[in-house]
Design a protein around this ligand. Structure first.
Ligand code: SF4
Length: 252
């Protein structure tokens, strides 16, 4: 996995911690400017909350960095790292944009970090517990077959990645569906009740999908689609990356 891209999220996470420290220092200065009793009470409460928050953030960041450098497999590290990433996400997004970093780059970094955390849990599943979820834009725009209803309606002409994904699903035994949007992706997740998902999509859809599934405690490895014809039109995916993502989850 690309370490450079993962580091972006971690660096922005560190900037978030620094910003929180700065805000706290300013509040501290204001609160200590007078000596009324209630100010001291608020100050102590504020300090306790700040210390807990900072400890959580620094510990979570350290786990992420440790896991990133060493490739450690640990469900406990995975849980802590996951919570900290979700806690950081809104602020990281704002700070990144302040530095002129595009939303897409930050989402890409978030997806890479998510994948690292998911893989580091080391949890394995049976093929039938894994769902590969692909976007409708992978299908050739001029293909007449309705594969969102049933992906086996594909006539396997080989003009788009759907054919290759069907081959992978047949070889590995995982479920494979094509969804025409977030609502349908959620519907498929409900229908198949997977224990793990390999999701293929753009940065925006993967980010929201990962967050959605995180709420349902379903681990997701995200694979970015490629868009040689612009967004949402005749997109493709590197099949080797999809197979690699399935292998992360599969029992030997
Ligand atoms: S492989 Fe061919 S038949 Fe199948 S979805 Fe793609 S274009 Fe349609």
């Amino acid at each position: 996995m690309n370490k450079g891209k993962k580091r972006l999220f971690i660096l922005l996470g560190m900037a978030t911690v620094l910003l929180y420290c700065l805000v706290f220092a300013v509040i501290w200065l204001i609160m200590t400017s007078e000596s009324a009793f209630w100010r001291h009470v608020i100050l102590i409460g504020l300090m306790a909350a700040f210390v807990v928050l900072m400890l959580q953030m620094v510990l979570g960041l350290s786990c992420l960095i440790f896991g990133l450098l060493r490739g450690v497999e640990s469900p406990a590290l995975q849980k802590l790292g996951r919570n900290i990433v979700e806690l950081f996400y809104p602020m990281v997004m704002r700070i990144g944009q302040l530095f002129g970093i595009s939303k897409e780059e930050i989402e890409d970094s978030y997806i890479k970090i998510n994948n690292q955390i998911t893989v580091s849990s080391g949890q394995k599943y049976q093929p039938e517990e894994i769902l590969v979820l692909a976007p409708h834009c992978l299908q050739r725009a001029d293909c007449p077959y309705k594969i969102t209803m049933d992906v086996h309606n594909c006539h396997r002409c080989g003009r788009c990645s759907v054919d290759g994904l069907l081959c992978i699903a047949e070889e590995t035994g995982v479920h494979f569906v094509v969804a025409s949007g977030g609502t349908f992706a959620r519907k498929f997740a409900q229908e198949y009740q997977p224990k793990a998902i390999v999701a293929i999509a753009c940065e925006r859809d993967l980010t929201s999908g990962i967050k959605d599934m995180h709420m349902q405690h379903i681990p997701v490895v995200g694979v970015l689609n490629e868009r040689p014809n612009g967004p949402c039109h005749n997109t493709t995916v590197q099949l080797c990356k999809v197979r690699q993502a399935i292998n992360y989850f599969m029992k030997e």
